[in-house]
Design a protein. Structure first.
Length: 106
């Protein structure tokens, strides 16, 4: 499983050319997502992976977060098993993002 630090992700988010072919997803519940997520992250709950897995194959890179990295790690494992999805687990999730001093979206 590939992973990325929140610091490296922060730099990638500032690169519009890179982000044109990438997506950040939050695999937590809609309620958790509403409490704060990495800016621009789209909510794709882990219990509904099968509903959006095919659509994610159109992105060159998929960055995946949850609260601390556990659920996003499981999602990345599922993406790896499915093939054709270049998924990266965001190390430490939104918790590490906030600890690094980066803002969250509500």
């Amino acid at each position: 499983m590939k992973s990325i630090s929140v610091q490296d992700l922060h730099g990638k988010l500032a690169d519009a050319a890179h982000m044109a072919s990438a997506i950040v997803i939050d695999v937590r519940t809609p309620e958790e997502h509403a409490e704060g997520h990495i800016p621009g992250a789209q909510n794709r709950p882990i219990d509904k992976l099968d509903l959006y897995m095919e659509a994610l194959k159109s992105y060159e890179t998929v960055y995946v977060h949850c609260l601390t990295g556990g659920r996003s790690g499981k999602a990345c494992e599922a993406f790896d098993a499915a093939g054709s999805i270049n998924a990266h687990n965001i190390e430490g999730g939104v918790t590490a993002w906030k600890e690094a001093g980066y803002p969250v979206e509500m």
